[in-house]
Design a protein around this ligand. Sequence first.
Ligand code: NAD
Ligand code: DAU
Length: 348
Amino acid sequence: MKNILVTGGAGFIGSNFVRYMLNNTNYNIINYDLLTYSGNLNNLKDIKENSNYHFVHGDICDKDAVRKVFKEYSIDTVVNFAAESHVDRSIETPEIFVKTNVLGTSVLIDVAKENWKVKPNDKYDKEFIKGVKFLQVSTDEVYGSLGKEGMFTETTPLSPNSPYSASKASADMVVLAYHHTFNIPVNITRCSNNYGPYQFPEKLIPLMINNCQQGKELPVYGDGQQIRDWLYVEDHCSAIHTVLEKGKDGEIYNIGGNNEVANMDIVKLIINYLGKDESLIKHVKDRPGHDRRYSIDNTKITCELGWSPKYLFDDGIKYTIDWYVNNKEWMDDVISLNYLEYYKNMYK
Ligand code: NAD
Ligand code: DAU
């Protein structure tokens, strides 16, 4: 029986992961989340009574609170999703990204070190502690941007371009340093763009679905020819589960769907599926420093750990659009808070 601390478990990917793990394992899941603007307990309404699920409200930067949760639940595994996750917000307010994503990760792994009784590294003693693991959920954005050719592998040099990706790359370095210096068993996963239910509508797909339904303009940055490698969120969850069970200590695993799509093609697909008109598209000012293309080489996780994505984009995207259409109450609730003010400032 494992006691897994899932930080940021009330956000988009975290909540899908909590549900996935409760459905596929008998582990105890402790969801530790600050409930910032993107954290939402409505994402977990259906599983909140599950006896293997526990919610603790707290900040990953608060060391005493993290120590308390480690002791109370005898945490042996950490999956760190908690983060500020939106690139556009990082351009407006970078400091909170550094605080949460870098300091928060360093607090978490330091408390793990205290609790897991790991010793400083001795080059003659490379024994890693058994039965514990710190899994850092990182992103393909740490590798920077690609031209027309090429793919990111795990050895591609880090070259983050936004305050968001710089903070995620820094957190990765902290995690690797704790592995090297204190023998903590760690893994880092670097996934491409996720889509699916419960994503906050500041991100491309739910934003376009919501605007389309309301007959509002669809703000496409620049020429809309930027390319992302889209992966259905449940496939990301199964990949993280695979790395938890089979990942080798200290290794980094890229996760991607071999599914490169240009933004404009996604926007048109949503418009057509919802029976709206392409005149809703509005080209707006480009994102400063906008990365042009991401593409993930997932050979390592597929060949070494036997993981592969299950969902085809054509099916996953239709299921996702239907989900938002059928869960209007969820969307209305999310956008009733500070969302409209954010939207007005961002797209002014
Ligand atoms: P999200 O913004 O939907 O969720 C973030 C969660 O973290 C929220 O529940 C929020 O309340 C919580 N949180 C924020 N600050 C916190 C703090 N100080 N203490 C505790 N909890 C805090 O983000 P997401 O899209 O679900 O991304 C989750 C993770 O996956 C992030 O680390 C992100 O970098 C990474 N990632 C995301 C994608 C993607 O496509 N969305 C792809 C690859 C990696
Ligand atoms: O690649 C993984 C990353 O994917 C994650 O690490 C981030 O947490 C996640 O937010 C996502 O980053 P992106 O910047 O790629 O996602 P976003 O949904 O913000 O934008 C996707 C593309 O769509 C990007 O090229 C910008 C463009 N876009 C986005 C918005 C919100 C628009 O053209 N218009 C928009 O209004």
